[in-house]
Ligand binder design. Structure first.
Ligand code: GRF
Length: 406
């Protein structure tokens, strides 16, 4: 769950929409709200919602870089990774932008690049445009000039007053901003190598994707798919296109995703031990400490990059996933080849990749479930064709087994 900091200056209706979204299964949480104006409604709203909120005012004569450096410190104190401007009435300088490169978003009440700056709605009304809308964009040092992430447009009914136009635009803002921010925090929209990239899963995976996307990034267990008699295959979240790490570069090529999406006779159970273990997404790197493949799981020690021992929670999650797969009569699982918990045969160990199946592959194997990786998924699909039977009956009871050692 990505911690975001919201910067405001006034009313806070977009802040309210972001707070409402953050309360549903959501890939972001609002870590703090900062206003450059004292006593504004947005601050009251945040405080009332139990969110740390305070005023950071620019006093006259204070250098912009000093003002922003302090702002950055306060945002960092709250763990902020993405900054969302919601009616923040200041042009940002280098200090803040460089502290959160490509991670500052803004909502603007016009279809940029038309009508940048103040009173965009009135500008649009005065210009007599027939179509209006709003834009979510990344912030750069200019006035509403940063790369566009998403927009919504609508036709203006004849005779609409300037005030009514503003209200209509605002209603769209309240839907567009939270969803764009959610997509950004799920890495479906990103700023990579100097351009906005949009990641879309194959349409045929729509329902799997939707069921899993928010829960994955929120770090909670997804709702189980209903039983409809189709053969269920388990697929690592990362192979479904949900990377574990912030930079999104670990996102898999969609070949496996495309192939699975095309197989309508298969139902997909997306699985992720790290998420179930509560390690958070994006999560720090984790790896094994014990270098000996033969004794690796007799004395496992899996640490994250801060040195925290995550062995127990991870192995417990592996156990729960294995139970879940058994309940769904899963015949085959597609796991990432080299992930620490679900690696099929190469797992990271002290910076090396050692040849050993990861704990999930071992547990699934012991439960009679075949495992394949992104490297041999074609073989996996062929195996399924040759061995496929419908998953019989409805899912069995949850036995709740703990512990993941095989
Ligand atoms: C909104 O119209 C937004 O597009 C613009 O500032 C206004 C803020 O309104 N950037 P609110 O404070 O979110 O109600």
């Amino acid at each position: 769950m990505t911690p975001i900091g919201v910067l405001v200056s006034g009313r806070g209706s977009n802040l309210a929409a972001l707070i409402a979204r953050s309360r549903r299964n959501c890939p972001f949480r609002i870590a703090c709200v900062i206003s450059d104006q004292p006593g504004v409604a947005a601050l009251e709203l945040a405080t009332g919602a139990g969110i740390p909120a305070f005023c950071h005012e620019k006093t006259p004569g204070r250098k912009k870089s000093d003002f922003e450096a302090e702002l950055v410190t306060r945002l960092r104190e709250h763990g902020v990774e993405v900054v969302a401007l919601a009616g923040y009435m200041r042009i940002l300088g280098r200090t803040l932008l460089e502290a959160f490169p490509g991670r500052v978003l803004n909502i603007h009440p016009s279809l940029l690049p038309a009508f940048p700056g103040l009173h965009a709605q009135e500008q649009a009304h005065a210009a007599g445009v027939r179509v209006a809308g709003c834009t979510v964009h990344l912030v750069d040092a200019g006035m509403d000039t940063g790369p566009i992430l998403d927009q919504v447009a609508f036709r203006i009914p004849d005779g609409l007053s300037a005030d009514d136009l503003s209200l209509r635009i605002l209603e769209h803002e309240h839907r567009l901003y939270p969803e764009t921010l959610a997509r950004f925090c799920r890495h479906e929209l990103s700023w990579t190598d100097g351009q906005v990239r949009v990641f879309s899963p194959p349409a045929s995976l729509g329902s799997v994707w939707e069921a899993f996307a928010d829960s994955h990034w929120a770090g909670v267990e997804p709702v189980e798919p209903s039983d409809d008699g189709r053969t269920t295959v388990a697929v690592s979240a990362c192979l479904c296109g949900f990377p574990c790490r912030w930079d999104g570069r670990d996102r898999q090529e969609p070949a496996l995703l495309q192939a699975l999406g095309a197989r309508k006779e298969l139902k997909i159970l997306a699985i992720c031990p790290e998420v179930l273990a509560g390690l958070g997404v994006p999560r720090p790197r984790i790896q094994f400490e014990n270098e000996d493949p033969d004794t690796l799981f007799d004395a496992p020690a899996i640490r994250n990059e801060q040195g925290v021992d995550v062995t127990e929670v991870l192995l417990r999650a592996v156990g729960r996933i294995t139970d879940r797969c058994a309940r769904f009569h899963v015949r085959a699982a597609f796991l990432k080849e080299n992930s620490p918990s679900c690696g099929t045969h190469r797992i990271p160990c002290r910076g090396e990749r050692i040849v050993a199946p990861g704990p999930l592959a071992l547990r699934l194997g012991a439960a009679g479930i075949r495992t394949f990786s992104e490297e041999n998924f074609t073989q996996g699909l062929e195996w399924l064709d040759a061995n496929m039977t419908s998953s019989p009956g409805s899912p069995g009871p949850d036995t709740g087994t703990d512990g993941g050692k095989s």
